[in-house]
Design a binder for this molecule. Structure first.
Ligand code: MN
Length: 479
């Protein structure tokens, strides 16, 4: 289980009794939060910062602990912020500034100078906020009494985003082949991805998977087929085509384990040695949290794994999707999103069927794929683009809906959604923002999760939703 460290701030001017009380209050706070956040994160208390040396030591503990994904700080008393400078300069993990108090109510009848000296977050947290601003350190501020539900919810959200950032820093994308010839948005600077988000983007030939697939034993393929039949309904006589996909997944799982890969891409233009484009193989792996991007889209592959991690433990589905086609009936506009084959099984509203159909693109054998209708509910669509001098995240609020009518001739999984505030503004804003045709859709995450991720990673964010107006569209390209 990942952990956060909790570092309180004070100083030695107030005497030993005051510092003892600070530590005791923090212990109570940490115990309370651990109880509330059980299953999500563990919190461990570090020594109160009274000097620059303690701060440096605490931050080094944070940085040297691989289980630690972030840190919570709180100034119980006034803590002169110069003593935080050197420690904060060593911190390269997500930071939550918890602006709280040990007490909820002001004790009007009892309050004296001792109480005020001990409980002065309004004073100390502003001094501390200044040094964070001065140092330009990305961080999240949560304000309120720590026992209030909305504060606990925010800390939980921070823990989930910090865990996702922790995974991001350990993300390794295997790109089998390069990105699709001539496509712009799937390309970019892999080096910058690693510097900014920690994503190692490494090339391998798809032949690596072809060789491993050929070497898969009957027992391994049988076991994978049993897994498929347990989760999905066989709706084809072409079992050999399905077994071929099972071989690909066996091969991919071995490759992933051996090379410590967390996400991968393939490309239908580069399937040398493969009989089919991976269909079920990719769909089933995505449902297990493995990131995936088609056509060599390493950014969306990495982003999908990061956002699946962020959504861990929440209701709802999260995964890769591609924008395809619209129903433009006035006032009832809808989008149909899908892909050639690779729609994550986690989006299934019904038990998926295994079907085999011809695939017109790629010139390979008929691939087996999972076909299903998609989940419904409020959701977000998120993408990440590389603009050369910076990355941009675009996050749109959407409503996933049940498809109004069957599509008996469409042999692929799909989801459908409505844009906000409406089709005209929502899709125009996405186009203005340069949003990609590959994205991650989630019914588990919200705009506020993505905003926190963007803030903590220092990424530009453009949001689209009910608060987006015609006037906002006119602001694009206005510097
Ligand atoms: Mn695509």
């Amino acid at each position: 289980m990942e952990k956060l460290y909790f570092i309180p701030g004070s100083q030695d001017l107030y005497g030993k009794e005051c510092l003892r009380q600070v530590a005791e209050d923090c212990r109570e706070m940490v115990d309370f939060l651990n109880e509330k956040l059980e299953g999500t994160i563990r919190i461990e208390l570090l020594p109160t910062v009274e000097t620059s040396e303690i701060c440096v030591r605490d931050m080094r503990t944070v940085m040297c602990d691989d289980d630690c994904v972030g840190v919570i700080t709180w100034m119980h008393t006034f803590s002169p912020a110069k003593m935080w400078i050197k420690g904060l300069q060593e911190l390269r993990k997500p930071l939550l500034h918890l602006h709280t108090q040990a007490n909820e109510k002001l004790p009007y009848d009892e309050i004296d100078m001792d109480f005020m000296n001990l409980n002065q977050a309004a004073h100390g947290d502003r001094e501390y906020g200044f040094i964070l601003a001065k140092l330009g350190i990305p961080h999240e501020v949560v304000a309120g009494f720590y026992r209030h539900e909305h504060v606990i919810a925010k800390i939980r959200q921070f823990a989930q985003v910090a865990k996702a950032i922790g995974l991001s820093k350990n993300t390794r994308v295997a790109t089998f082949g390069n990105n699709m010839r001539d496509v712009a948005v799937t390309d970019g600077n892999r080096l910058e991805c690693e510097i900014k988000y920690g994503w190692e983007v490494k090339y391998w030939g798809i032949g690596e998977i072809a060789v491993l697939a050929d070497a898969a034993t009957d027992e391994e393929v049988d076991a994978k087929m049993a897994e498929y039949l347990d989760k999905y309904t066989m709706a084809t006589d072409n079992v050999e085509s399905v077994r071929e996909q099972a071989r690909y997944e066996v091969a991919l799982e071995k490759f992933i384990a051996k090379n410590k890969v967390t996400a991968f891409t393939d490309n239908f233009q580069d399937l040398h040695g493969m009989k089919q484009l991976p269909g079920i193989a990719a769909q089933n792996l995505m449902a297990k949290g493995v990131g995936f991007g088609p056509e060599g889209d390493y950014k969306i592959s990495a982003l999908s794994s990061v956002l699946m991690k962020m959504a861990e433990g929440r209701e709802g589905a999260t995964g890769f999707i591609e924008d395809y086609t619209y129903d433009l009936t006035p006032g009832q506009e809808l989008e149909l999103a899908s892909h050639m084959l690779e729609v994550p099984a986690s989006f299934a509203a019904n038990r998926p069927e295994i079907q085999v159909h011809h695939l017109g693109i790629g010139g390979k054998a008929d691939p087996a794929r999972l076909v299903f209708d998609g989940v419904t509910g409020d959701g977000i669509q998120v993408t990440l683009i590389d603009l050369g001098d910076h990355f941009r995240i675009v996050c749109a609020d959407i409503e996933l809906v049940k498809q109004p009518r069957p599509m008996p001739k469409l042999p692929v999984a799909r989801i459908m959604y409505r844009h906000k505030p409406n089709f005209e503004i929502g899709t125009a804003a996405w186009c203005y923002a340069g949003g990609a045709h590959h994205s991650v859709v989630s019914t588990a995450l919200t705009r506020s999760d993505i905003a926190m991720f963007a803030r903590l990673t220092g990424t530009e964010l453009i949001t689209i939703g009910d608060d987006t107006t015609e006037a906002d569209l006119q602001k694009f390209f206005m510097k």
